[in-house]
Design a protein around this ligand. Structure first.
Ligand code: TYD
Length: 333
């Protein structure tokens, strides 16, 4: 089995590659990554010499790069490459349209050309928009509210069309919020943990009453693994745990684990168009035989421990030194 993982140097892609090499030791993995600010080869240090792993520096938007990564062909494509941070999409949406929409289009075309046996689109619950109460299921309409979620929704629609029109064997997955080791410290959980480890306050948007559903990286990788074995082409699967928490509850838990009090919270101006609540109905996935191993609190404690023990990894990113480091280490490739 030879697979292409795009965006494999990012948080979720790198966790998935490490999971695959451990769980399916005979599989060959090609990682195509552009190495944007969020792509970090340090995430793959422990497997970079594995003979079944190959890194190709390149952009999913560029047909030549995709062709180079596919080489003589691959059996499966996992499209993890995406711009994912909502706040960045509000400031500068263009990169989101390019990578998330056009990058997906290029990969779909390549999947057709090379007769790929399975194409997995990694997407988000944010495409459904916000839900005051109740749950989104796989048939809920798309009502994205940020340039990020609109770009992911557009890519998902392209995937659907390529299944319907060209019979391309596509599976779309809509996941709730990821967290765990190696997540870039701009997202809520790693930002708050690392701020506190630096004795800095944590910026809670509005009053912190927004709700998110959370999944730990490893549980997520196991869900994808199951979906590629038991899922049906043309189908969409929600990947949710039922662990739904208000931002302020997540904040309080992190504060108390790290021994801080309320004085470290800074309530700041709310995000424009901020979705109040995400909540998934994931019965379709549960029916395939999946359940999360870790509770939210266990996963969060593991994550806190990882950031405590890997200061060098995130301090480089937060200090800006990373850019210098990154140019020296990787841009020559
Ligand atoms: P985030 O991790 O950016 O993920 P998403 O927006 O994709 O759900 O944010 C999670 C929640 O935390 C979201 O409701 C916004 C909020 N948030 C803060 O309150 N402060 C912050 O500094 C960040 C980054 C997020």
């Amino acid at each position: 089995m030879r697979i292409l993982v795009t965006g494999g140097a990012g948080f979720m892609g790198s966790n998935f590659i490490k999971y695959v090499l451990k769980t399916h030791p005979s599989w060959q993995v090609v990682n195509l990554d552009k190495l944007t600010y969020a792509g970090n080869l340090d995430n793959l240090k422990e497997i970079k010499k594995n003979k079944n792993y190959k890194f190709v520096k390149g952009d999913t938007v560029n047909r030549g790069d995709v062709k180079k990564a596919i080489g003589q062909g691959v059996d499966k494509i996992f499209n993890y490459s995406a711009e994912t941070h909502v706040d960045r999409s509000i400031l500068k949406p263009e990169a989101f349209i390019k990578t998330d929409v056009f990058g997906t289009f290029t990969l779909l075309e390549a999947a057709r050309q090379y007769n790929v046996a399975q194409y997995i689109q990694i997407s988000t619950d944010e495409v459904y928009g916000s839900i005051k109460e109740g749950l989104f299921n796989e048939n809920s309409p798309f009502e994205p509210n940020s340039p990020y979620s609109a770009s992911k929704a557009s890519a998902d629609l392209l995937c659907r069309a390529y299944f319907k029109t060209f019979n391309l064997p596509i599976i779309i997955t809509h996941s709730c919020n990821f967290y765990g080791p190696n997540q870039y410290p701009e997202k809520l959980i790693p930002l708050f943990i690392t701020n506190l480890l630096e004795n800095k306050k944590v910026p809670v948007y509005g009053k912190g009453n927004q709700t998110r559903e959370w999944i730990f990286t490893e549980d997520y990788c196991r869900a994808i693994d199951l979906i590629i074995q038991k899922g049906e082409p043309g189908e969409t699967y929600n990947i949710g745990t039922g662990y739904r928490r208000k931002n302020i509850e997540v904040t309080q838990f992190i504060l108390s684990e790290l021994g801080f009090g309320q004085e470290m919270i800074e309530y700041v101006e709310d995000r424009p168009g901020h979705d109040l609540r995400y909540a998934l109905n994931s019965k379709k996935l549960l029916k395939l035989g999946w359940a999360p191993f870790l509770s939210f609190e266990e996963g969060l404690c593991r994550t806190i421990k990882w950031y405590q023990e890997n200061r060098e990894w995130w301090q480089k990113l937060k200090s800006g030194e990373y850019l210098k480091y990154y140019k020296k280490q990787y841009l020559k490739r």
